[in-house]
Design a protein around this ligand. Structure first.
Ligand SMILES: [Zn+2]
Length: 115
């Protein structure tokens, strides 16, 4: 005795496998799945931000404060006060060729010339 429900199910599965076997359909399915996952990720991030926005803002402000106080200081030429950039300068002053430098603002015209 045949079972019509099983036959119908088998036919549906056969049709589905034939349909999915098509290359364009596989591509479209992959794109759909990827778009769905991306949408889920964006929605998850949105929910996370909505739930924890105060904490996120706090962490951002804390990070900015830490960055502000730990970033490399500005280097100045110790002779003429020329700004040599942040961190240790890689070469002598481009203006006066002096290789003495400091990270405290020497001021212009306030340093002694010891040479
Ligand atoms: Zn200089």
């Amino acid at each position: 005795m045949a079972q019509p429900e099983d036959d119908g199910f088998d036919a549906v599965v056969d049709n589905l496998m034939e349909f999915v076997g098509d290359e364009d359909v596989q591509k479209g399915t992959a794109i759909t799945v990827i778009l769905f996952l991306v949408a889920c990720a964006i929605y998850g991030i949105y929910l996370f931000v909505m739930a924890y926005y105060m904490e996120i803002i706090g962490v951002l402000i804390l990070g900015l404060i830490i960055y502000y106080y730990t970033r490399p200081k500005i280097s100045y030429c110790a002779d003429c006060g020329n700004i040599l950039g942040r961190g240790e300068p890689s070469g002598p002053c481009s203006r006066c060729q002096c290789n003495r430098w400091t990270q405290r603002d020497p001021g212009v015209g306030m340093t002694f010339k010891n040479r």
